[in-house]
Design a protein around this ligand. Structure first.
Ligand code: FMN
Length: 365
């Protein structure tokens, strides 16, 4: 490989632009060490919080596959299927902060050239919760984390002052960022939910309040499918289910649109692209729409024999990106980052067969 994949993103130096997203692949010291050994440029840790966490009494994640046979999309094992999506209702890390801190220190000491971004989450209901954001931020920075990702997008919270519920509240975004930027001096990424119509405004509020990057997307709120014969959901506990998060290939196009929306609104700001990255072509598309860093979750979890950290995947991503850059004569991903931006236009700007269409507006006389 003659091309260098080194990138600088939000002031941090990455040996390559591929990192593992906050999720099971980054839930423990063992897995993060294994991921770095395999070659990942960084990790965003599984989200760390201070509130009580207890997961459902059943599987936390299912992998849904598509086939031409009925049923079309299902977790059911069938021959000749391809990956469609992950669906999960897993809460944030159930490992307490006190246990994370020595682990993070050890990881950073073992891999000083890899970026460790700590994902943190607290509530928004009052000063005590702002103190919780500060406490979490200070603790992870003190043990050497290079940056912080604020989880404002967890789709699994009953609490209305947490996760996806707060993502479009610009006042809350500003308050949390004020608390955290006041406490620590590392790049702060903000992970927003795609499930809001005010995403671009939320991103704008975050950038204005000091966010170094927006991380997008978290999973899309969604329900698992019900079997018409048995009336069982593909995953349920005692017959009940609740809204969970869809990830993987099925969300790729929707994630790209949202990255594009933010990237066109704030072309000088940074975006970490997430959602359905399984290989070079998906990663390329995120970069083409403006992302300067790429996060992967479902594809790594799905790789058999990798312990859920995508050992082959990171090798392929790096090799394929390097081969592409070499073939095009690019020396950095900056050479093609954002090339799709100006080609995303309003509907009425797309050529028609006649000149008559005016975007649905009545033409003035
Ligand atoms: C089982 C599971 C657990 C997750 N836990 C978290 C989490 O704790 N914090 C977070 O910010 N995102 C979490 N995510 C979301 C992922 O980080 C990622 O944003 C999402 O899965 C989309 O990426 P993908 O299409 O590559 O899976 C989780 C995803 C899965 C599948």
């Amino acid at each position: 490989m003659t091309v260098s994949l080194k990138t600088t993103f939000t002031g941090l130096d990455f040996v390559n632009p591929f990192i593992l997203a906050s999720a099971p692949p980054t839930e423990s010291k063992r897995k993060i060490m294994k991921a770095f050994e395999a070659g990942w440029g960084g990790v965003v840790t599984k989200t760390i919080g201070l509130h009580p966490v207890e997961n459902v009494a059943g599987p936390k994640t299912i992998y849904q596959r598509a086939s031409e046979e009925k049923p079309y999309v299902s977790r059911m094992k069938r021959p000749d299927t391809v990956s469609h999506s992950s669906w999960n209702w897993e809460l944030i890390s159930d490992q307490p902060l006190e246990q994370w801190l020595p682990d993070l220190k050890e990881i950073k000491e073992a891999y000083p050239d890899r970026m460790v971004i700590a994902s943190i989450m607290a509530g928004a209901d009052g000063e005590e919760e702002m103190q919780n954001w500060r406490k979490l931020a200070r603790a992870v920075v003190d043990v050497g984390c290079d940056g912080i990702e604020l989880n404002m997008s967890c789709p699994h919270m009953d609490r209305k002052d947490m996760g996806a519920h707060i993502a479009n509240d610009e006042d809350i975004i500003r308050s949390v960022l004020a608390a955290v930027t006041d406490e620590v001096d590392v790049p702060i990424w903000v992970k927003l939910t795609p499930a809001t119509s005010t995403l671009v405004d939320a991103a704008g509020a975050a950038y204005e309040a000091g966010a170094s990057a927006i991380s997008l997307c978290n999973t899309f709120p969604s329900l698992p499918l019900m079997d018409p014969e048995t009336h069982k959901f593909e995953v349920e506990v005692d017959g009940y289910v609740t809204s969970g998060g869809l990830g993987g290939l099925a969300i790729l196009h929707q994630a790209l649109q949202r990255v594009s929306d933010i990237s066109r609104a704030y072309p000088d700001q940074s975006i970490s692209g997430i959602g359905g990255i399984k290989g070079f072509r998906e990663a390329f598309n995120f970069i083409a729409h403006g992302a300067g860093n790429l996060q992967v979750c479902t594809a790594a979890m799905e790789e058999k024999g990798s312990g859920g950290v995508g050992v082959q995947l990171i090798k392929e991503l790096c090799d394929d990106l390097a081969a592409y850059m070499e073939s095009k004569g690019y020396t950095s991903i900056e050479d093609f980052r954002g090339i799709a931006r100006e080609r995303i236009v309003e509907h009425s700007k797309i050529r028609r067969k006649s000149e008559d269409y005016n975007g649905g507006f009545m033409k003035s006389a």
